[in-house]
Each structure stands twice: as C-alpha cells, then as structure tokens.
Design a protein around this ligand. Structure first.
Ligand code: PPS
Length: 393
C-alpha cells in the first residue's frame, strides 16, 4: 500500500521539479540573468542567436567569431587592444569637455541600468539580443549629442545604449563581447546606436572603429561656437563651485586661456578632416545643433534616411515644452514607454543637466571670441560644403 501511494507522489514531485526547471531556464534566457542561463545550458549569446534562426548581422558575426575557438578578426582586434592605453591627450580632452562621469551621472547611470535591465527582461522575447552598434554618434560634446541619441530612438527601428560606453577610446581592452554586453536588446531589424563624443578626438580611435566595422555610419553634431562656449561654462559651473563663483566673463577672459579655450570650442573642422582620412566622406553625417532645437523631427528624419531606414516619424512624437524651452517627447505617444532611461519619465524632457541657462557676453569680448572662431567656422562650412545660419558668423 505504502509503495503504491509513494510512486504517484514521486512522479508528481518529479513533474513539479521539471516544470520549475523549465520555468527558471525560460526566465533567465529572457534576460533576467544571462550568465546563470549560460552556466546552466552552456549557451552563449552567439549560439543562442543562431538557434533562433535570426538573420546574422555583420557586427554579430565579428563577435560570434570571438566566441569560437579559432582566432578571428574580432580576436585580433581585442588582442591588439591589450597593449593599447588611452593616450594622455584623450584623457585630458575628455575631462576638458566635461565628459567625465560625476556623481550625478553615476546615479542616473545606475538608474538607467535598472531601467534598461527591466526593459531587457520585458523584451526578452525570441530574437531579442544585444547587438553591436551599426552607427555611432562620435561628436561633439555640448552640441546636443545626448538629445540626438535619445530622440533617435523615437523610431521603432532604432535602439540606443543609454550611456556613453567609451569603448573605442577608453575600454577597448575589454574586447568586443564586453562592448556588446553594454548594448540594449534589439530585434533583428533594429539598428543599435551608441554615442561617445570622445570618439572623434584621436586618429587611433577612429582607426579602431574602422577596423571594427569599415561600413559603420558616423554622426557628428556641431554647434555655434559661441553657444557651445556658453554651454561648456554652464556645465562646469553646475559641477564645480569655483567656476560658478568665478562667473562666465572671468572664466572666459582669464589671460592667455581665452584663445586656447575659444579655439578648442570652435575647431570642429580639424576633427572632421581627421574622420575623412579614415572613412569615406559619405559615411559621416554632420548635423547642426540649432536644427535639433528648432526642428527636431526634420533633423531626425534626415538621420533615419542616412541610416538606410525608409520610414520616418511624424511631428506628434515631440512637443515643445515652454517651461523647459526645448522639445520633449510627447508622453501620450505610444512610443513613450520604450524611451525609459533616455528621457525623464515625468515630463519626457531631457534630464536636468541638459538645457541649462546660459550667461551672456557682449561688447569687445564677444567680438574677440567671434574673431578667433571665424576662421574655423568658415573652414568648416567649406569642408562640409554646407553653411549653417549661425548668429555672428
Ligand atoms: N531638446 C533638448 N533638450 C535639452 N537639451 C537640448 C535639446 N536640444 C538640444 N539641446 C542641447 O544639448 C546640449 C547638451 O549637449 P550634449 O548632450 O552633447 O552634452 S554632453 O557633451 O553630453 O554633456 C544642451 O546644452 P545646454 O543648454 O548648455 O545645457 C542643450 O542646449
């Protein structure tokens, strides 16, 4: 009697354990804990993808080959990295432009990570994988790069890494698989983008990008040097009390610094020419920050067409926020929830550090700044064969 009763009980327990096992594996495969999933099943991203029958993209092939035994192109890239260190120039100019990660950024990054991991879990349907970028926003700091990245994801076929990954200029030794793990999950037809304004600053970095993917699309956004200068100061003053105490005019005119500072902020052209030494000209799209402010949808549609997408977005995805003085994402639009981590949840605007109040400058100092900037601006317009309607130039 007792044996007969325990057999069905044992099968019920076995079935329950089996069902629990399937549930746990399914959950972890969906993005909850890919590492544990890998340990349990022996699957890695590349093999899991080919199992789903998804189309294999170029970037994915590079990284997949990394997971194999033979030494492949991807491996060679990471090998050559290991000896590379970030040049002093890269480090200096990054901190100069205020790209360094501050406490505020870290907080919002960790929030972003929470959001994106939540989103990743939600989007762990078959075919959703972390894919390498096919387009990069490589420049310029304080020219609207964050807004451009966030707003580009208004198109259903674009996803973006929510923070600056700095793979090609700082973390290259981590390898391509590390880079892929920083990316959001995407479907086979979606394009992943990443923005790190520091990528344009050195030829070595640009060459690494070229080795990674010679066909990658590059985007740079430039700004009226005067406004960029105001933005750089506002950024510094918000982070360091000593700049706030100093005031904009004193910061600008502190001796021989002026010329250096203005040149640094105005010389987009030498960096753009550096890109042209590595990539064909038609692989770099140069945008105007003022167009991003005044007519963002038109600018975004221009980028989608550059990315090879044949559909566009409509004007109702963005609304002008009078209080903020900038366009923000329309919270009532169905795409809004998918922008979690890329714009404020409360108002659809960029986070507080974007769109600061600018200090004014006039008189002789303004004239001096414009005189220093003008040759760089004129050369830029010549080189990109486009003239932007910038005040003073
Ligand atoms: N829609 C919208 N919302 C908020 N901000 C906007 C927008 N469009 C353009 N901008 C301008 O983007 C400037 C910040 O540039 P970046 O994102 O490149 O700065 S950073 O280098 O990443 O720190 C930021 O500069 P500041 O105004 O000085 O804050 C803005 O002028």
């Amino acid at each position: 009697m007792s044996t007969g009763g325990s057999l069905p009980k044992a099968s019920v327990i076995c079935a329950a354990v089996l069902l629990l096992g399937i549930f746990v594996l399914y959950h972890y495969q969906s993005g909850g804990c890919p590492k544990l999933y890998t340990v349990l099943t022996g699957h890695v991203a590349g093999t899991a993808k080919s199992n789903t029958g998804d189309e294999v993209t170029r970037g994915d092939r590079i990284s997949e080959s990394n997971t194999g035994d033979e030494v492949t192109r991807g491996d060679r890239i990471s090998e050559s990295n290991t000896g590379d260190e970030v040049t002093r120039g890269d480090r200096i100019s990054e901190s100069n432009t205020g790209d360094e990660v501050t406490r505020g950024d870290r907080i919002s990054e960790s929030k972003t990570r929470r959001h994106s991991s939540h989103r990743n879990r939600l989007s762990g349907s078959p075919g959703k994988l972390q894919r390498l970028p096919r387009a990069l926003i490589i420049a310029f700091s304080k020219c609207g790069t964050s807004t451009l990245r966030s707003f580009l994801t208004l198109h259903p076929d674009v996803v973006a890494a929510p923070r600056e990954v700095r793979f090609f200029n700082v973390h290259f030794s981590e390898g391509v698989d590390w880079y892929r793990r920083q990316m959001p999950y995407s479907s086979p037809g979606q394009i992943t983008i990443e923005k790190t304004p520091g990528y344009i600053k050195s030829i070595d970095t640009l060459q690494r990008i070229h080795t990674f993917d010679p066909d990658i699309k590059l985007i740079a956004i430039v700004r009226n040097p005067m406004t960029r200068l105001q933005s750089s100061y506002a950024h510094r003053a918000a982070r360091h009390k000593r700049y706030a105490r100093m005031g904009f005019l004193k910061w600008l005119s502190s001796g021989a610094e002026l010329e250096k500072r203005v040149k640094h902020g105005s010389d987009f052209v030498s960096k753009i020419q550096m890109v042209y030494r590595v990539f064909p000209e038609d692989q770099l799209l140069v945008l105007n920050e003022e167009a991003l402010e005044s007519d963002p949808v038109t600018l975004l549609n221009q980028v989608y067409s550059f990315l090879g997408l044949n559909s566009s977005i409509s004007n109702d995805v963005l609304v002008f926020d009078e209080r903020k003085g900038f366009y923000c994402v329309n919270k009532t639009h169905p795409i809004f929830p998918s922008l979690r981590g890329l714009v404020n949840k409360s108002d659809g605007c960029m986070r507080a550090g974007k769109g600061r109040k600018h200090s004014e400058v006039g008189g002789a100092l303004l004239q001096e700044i414009v005189d220093i900037s003008r040759p760089y601006v004129n050369k830029l317009f010549d080189v990109i064969r486009t003239k932007f309607n910038w005040t003073y130039f």
